[in-house]
Design a protein around this ligand. Structure first.
Ligand code: PGA
Length: 251
C-alpha cells in the first residue's frame, strides 16, 4: 500500500486582506523546514496573487475556493481555470457545501468544475458531505458516495491522479461540532472502498481529508485514523499559529 503524504488545507472563506495574507504566508514560510505534510492555502480571488508571491519557491499549494466550469466567454463574475493558472494558482476547492447551499451548485455543476480543474492542471480538492437531516435519516453513505460518483463520472483514474477529496459533514462546518474520529473514519473508509471499486491505485493514492471544526485540539485524534489523510480547516486556519499546530500534528 502506498504511503499517502498528509495534506492540510486552509479554507479562509470570505476573510482577510492583502496585508493579512502576506503576514500569514511569511509566518508559515518561516516554519516550512519542519513540515513534511503537503500544505494548501485557499484565499479569496483578490488575495491569490499575494499568496502566490509570498509562497514562491515553496511547495505550498495556493488554491482558489472555486472556479468556473467555463474557460472564457460571457460569464460575468466568473474566474476560469485558465485565469487561475495565469495568476500562479496550483489547486482549487470544488463543490464546497457553502457553494452547494448558497449558490445552487448541483452535482452536475461540480462534475463540470472538476473536469475544468483537471483540464488546467489544478489539483482538485473535491468537497462532499451530508446534512444533519441526511445523517439522522441514516443516509450518510448514500449521500456522500452519490456526490462522489456523480462528480467523478466521466473522468478516468489516470486523469484523477491528483485528486484530493474532503469529506465535510455539513453539520460539523463552523459549528464547533466535530464528527468523532470513528464516525469520520467510517465514512472515509466507505469513500476509499468506492474509489477502490473504480481503481485500486486510485484508492490507495487518493488523499481523503476530513473537514468540519478541525482545530489544534482535535486534529491528532482525527489524523490517527487509517483513512483520514489530512484536514480541510476553516475557522482554525485563520490564525497562522493555530494552522501551524494542525500542520505539525500531521507532519
Ligand atoms: P470549519 O470549516 O473548520 O470552520 O468548520 C471547514 C470548511 O468549511 O472547509
Amino acid at each position: 500500500m502506498t504511503a499517502r503524504r498528509p495534506f492540510i488545507a486552509a479554507n479562509w472563506k470570505l476573510q482577510k486582506t492583502i496585508a493579512e495574507t502576506r503576514a500569514f504566508a511569511i509566518t508559515i514560510r518561516g516554519d516550512l523546514a519542519n513540515i513534511t505534510a503537503s500544505v494548501a492555502v485557499a484565499p479569496s480571488f483578490t488575495l491569490l496573487a499575494t499568496a502566490v508571491d509570498t509562497f514562491a519557491g515553496t511547495s505550498v499549494y495556493v488554491a482558489a475556493q472555486d472556479l468556473s466550469m467555463h474557460d472564457a466567454g460571457a460569464f460575468t463574475g466568473e474566474v476560469s481555470g485558465v485565469q487561475l493558472r495565469d495568476v500562479g494558482c496550483t489547486a482549487t476547492l470544488i463543490g464546497h457545501s457553502e457553494r452547494r447551499q448558497h449558490h445552487g451548485e448541483t452535482d452536475e455543476i461540480v462534475r463540470k468544475k472538476l473536469s475544468a480543474a483537471l483540464r488546467h492542471g489544478l489539483l482538485p480538492i473535491l468537497c462532499i458531505g451530508e446534512t444533519l437531516a441526511e445523517r439522522e435519516a441514516g443516509q450518510t453513505n448514500e449521500v456522500v458516495l452519490g456526490q462522489l460518483t456523480r462528480a467523478l463520472d466521466g473522468s478516468t483514474p489516470a486523469e484523477l491522479r491528483t485528486l484530493v477529496i474532503a469529506y465535510e459533514p455539513v453539520w460539523a462546518i463552523g459549528t464547533g461540532r466535530t464528527a468523532t474520529p470513528l464516525d469520520a473514519q467510517d465514512v472515509h473508509s466507505a469513500i476509499r472502498q468506492a474509489l477502490s471499486d473504480r481503481d485500486a491505485q486510485l484508492a490507495s493514492e487518493t488523499r481523503i481529508l476530513y473537514g468540519g471544526s478541525v482545530n489544534p485540539g482535535n486534529a491528532s485524534a482525527l489524523l490517527a485514523q487509517p483513512d483520514i489523510d489530512g484536514a480541510l480547516v476553516g475557522g482554525a486556519s485563520l490564525d497562522a499559529d493555530s494552522f501551524l499546530r494542525i500542520v505539525r500534528a500531521a507532519s
